[in-house]
Design a binder for this molecule. Structure first.
Ligand code: S3P
Length: 172
């Protein structure tokens, strides 16, 4: 099925662990588009991991870099699938850049599913705390209003990311 009639970049938003990177990679492959991951772009330009950036420069510096990287990528006007870090869409500037240049998709999952997925890899500085579940729950509440500004919302369920990819393509 040709899906190429759609030519704006697709930006995936949602909480840590929801599957933005996995879904994004597969969606990009399906569309024949490049895949970009905002966290990886920041890591490449800083020459450090996200954890190291948080530790060495602080979250504010990370957020500054994140906004710049996202704006730079989207202003190229090239079709791409772009996975944002979970906190990126909290920035009004980033929401505006995304709205002006891309179709945004909010990937959703329930708290248990998110915790299950993030517990596989302990790479997120915000979750290196006594009670990561409480942090995730708080972020879920704080960010829902921002994420809901995305053009589409797709439930990832607890099943395969393949179905999420299909749901996005169907919605294009
Ligand atoms: C963050 C999510 C992370 C990364 C950073 C902060 C957040 O990205 O950008 O650790 O504030 O939710 P993922 O959503 O890809 O894990």
């Amino acid at each position: 099925v040709p899906v190429q009639r759609f030519d704006r970049p697709i930006v995936l938003v949602g909480l840590m662990g929801v599957g933005k990177t996995t879904v994004g990679r597969r969606l990009a492959r399906r569309l024949g588009w490049p895949f970009r991951d905002a966290d990886h772009e920041i890591e490449a330009s800083a020459g450090r991991s996200v954890s190291e950036i948080f530790a060495d420069f602080g979250e504010t510096a990370f957020r500054d870099g994140e906004r710049k990287v996202i704006a730079r990528l989207l202003e190229t006007g090239e079709p791409m699938v772009l996975a944002l870090g979970g906190g990126a869409f909290v920035s009004e500037e980033t929401r505006e850049v995304v709205k002006a240049n891309a179709l945004s998709v909010w990937l959703r999952a329930d708290l248990d599913t998110l915790m299950e997925r993030v517990s596989r890899r302990n790479t997120r500085p915000l979750l290196k705390t006594e009670n990561p579940r409480a942090v995730m729950e708080r972020l879920m509440q704080e960010r829902a209003a921002f994420y809901s500004e995305a053009d589409l919302a797709v439930d990832t369920g607890d099943g395969s990311h393949g179905r999420t990819v299909i749901a996005i393509i169907d919605a294009l």
